[in-house]
Design a binder for this molecule. Structure first.
Ligand code: NAP
Length: 455
């Protein structure tokens, strides 16, 4: 049996792990469009969250098991087509994540100074596709819109002393830009209240420990309506309860409190437009009231407006899946149509041998570990299907590696990735960093040669 997994981020590796557990030694080929594996762990998790990144050790164990091959720099739809994979594998699992991000969608969000948080994250994490971006951090005030963990990553990275980031794997160009940054004040804005914020306690609490930074909130914005109080009091309200307690502590702090930098959490304010003649000079927001039943409350505009003078706005309102070609896709949720991981068309008809997992399956939610259960579900579906019907041999028996070679695709294998990994760590060690990521694709071959020369 041969299985193809497209994408080597968390969901791809957890899918491989689940397959290996069912059938040890099974032949798995993983395809990755970049020159490095790990997806969001490498390019999404903040560089100062080293512990979260250590999950790559689990992925390395999966990759090291017999039967698994990794093909780096092979992009589905560009170097190889879905149909060509389906001709060669009994099952294809799509684990391509959510490669796009949502825009604010308000007037002025295309002005210079208006950025996408996901782009900023990919940029400081050394993602090759985002290397060229520039973020103007010359102003003193930045606003992050959104109350998720990405918003908190962005706010923290903007405010954290650069010396504390300099030992991480953050891209050197980003470190330099942050060293020259004038940002002193960051607002983190949400359209709903503190009980509805999606960020988690651990991430909020980090702001209390941030050297030279005061964390602030406003007591009046932390007042809860009845429905929000019921959310907090319910068994599902644990995280929110602790968030509100933390934020209340921030509300007790005197503004400034001796620090030159601050983060301020604001609630019930929805973005309306970005102002500025040319560059962004202010974000206009409308106050909101919450309406609806507990856990279903929506923000309704009050007609009261507020302008926050600022020079940079980061929209952190969620990631978005990108439709793989010829795969049934639900544009509304930006996910592949599926039932328990089995890809189905609009009428619910299964697409034989095609599966999905991770963010392209369930949307951009949960933490890295959430993908483990998600991939286990998909793999259970896959094996149930294989057991239900006789195993049909794929029509083409040749090795995909030959096809890629014939096409002149400059793909990488696992040994080459480990050489690049070693190269990055050595380059990082020279300047006291955990690693210096290889960012430019055209440097890959030279880096591989340099890694050989180390020995
Ligand atoms: P998220 O958790 O879904 O948060 C998105 C935020 O954007 C919500 O506060 C949402 O408000 C707001 N929003 C959406 N549309 C908006 C609009 N039009 N105007 C104003 N606000 C809007 O997404 P995320 O922060 O991108 O995170 C993605 C996933 O990665 C999450 O599961 C997150 O926990 C995870 N992650 C985890 C970590 C970590 O563990 N350290 C770090 C980063 C990311 P509403 O609730 O009102 O819709």
């Amino acid at each position: 049996m041969r299985i193809a997994i497209v994408g080597s981020g968390p969901s791809g590796f957890y899918a491989a792990e689940a397959v290996q557990k069912k059938v040890p030694g099974v032949s798995i080929d993983m395809f990755e469009r970049l020159h490095a594996p790990y997806g969001l762990v490498r390019y999404g998790v903040a560089p100062d969250h080293e512990k979260l990144k250590s999950v790559t050790k689990v992925f390395d164990m999966v990759a090291g098991k017999s039967g698994l091959r990794w093909f780096g720099q092979v992009e589905l739809g560009r170097h190889v087509q879905l149909e060509e994979l389906q001709q060669r594998y009994h099952a294809v699992v799509l684990a391509t994540g959510a490669q796009g991000s949502k825009k604010l969608g308000v007037p002025g969000d295309d002005k210079p100074g208006s950025y996408n948080a996901a782009d900023f994250v990919a940029w400081y994490n050394g993602h090759p596709d985002f290397r060229h971006l520039q973020f103007d951090l010359s102003g003193e005030t930045a606003v992050v819109v959104g109350h998720g963990n990405v918003a908190l990553d962005v706010a923290r990275i903007l405010l954290k002393p650069v010396d504390e980031l300099a030992t991480t794997e953050m891209a050197s160009y980003a470190l330099e830009a942050l060293r020259n940054s004038n940002v002193r004040k960051v607002f983190v804005m949400g359209r709903r209240g503190p009980a509805q914020a999606k960020f988690t306690n651990k991430e909020v609490a980090e702001f209390e420990q941030l050297a030279g930074v005061t964390a602030l909130a406003r007591a009046d914005e932390l007042t809860l309506n009845d429905a929000s109080q019921r959310e907090l009091d319910s068994p599902a309200g644990d995280e929110a309860r602790r968030n509100v307690a933390l934020l209340s502590r921030f509300a007790d702090v005197a503004a400034g409190a001796g620090n030159s930098r601050s983060v301020e959490f604001r609630f019930c304010l929805a973005p309306v437009r970005l102002e500025g003649n040319g560059k962004v000079t202010a974000l206009v927001l409308e106050g909101t009231d919450l309406e609806g039943l507990p856990f279903k409350q929506e923000a309704r505009g009050t007609g009261r407006f507020l302008a926050i003078p600022c020079q940079a706005v980061f929209a952190s309102v969620g990631y978005k899946g990108v439709a793989p070609a010829n795969v049934p896709f639900d544009a509304r949720s930006s996910t592949v149509r599926h039932v328990n991981g089995r890809v189905v068309d609009e009428s619910g008809v299964p697409q034989a041998g095609l599966y999905c997992t991770g963010w392209i399956k369930r949307g951009p939610t949960g933490v890295i570990g959430t993908n483990r259960n998600d991939s286990m579900e998909t793999v259970a579906t896959l094996f149930a299907d294989l057991q239900a019907g006789p195993l049909v041999e794929p029509p083409v028996g040749d090795d995909i590696a030959d096809l890629l070679r014939d096409r002149g695709v400059d793909f990488l294998d696992l040994q080459e990735w480990s050489r690049l990994d070693e190269f990055e760590k050595r380059m990082g060690a020279r300047s006291g960093k955990a690693r210096e990521k290889l960012v430019q694709r055209h440097e890959v071959r030279a880096a591989l040669q340099a890694a050989l020369d180390f020995h």
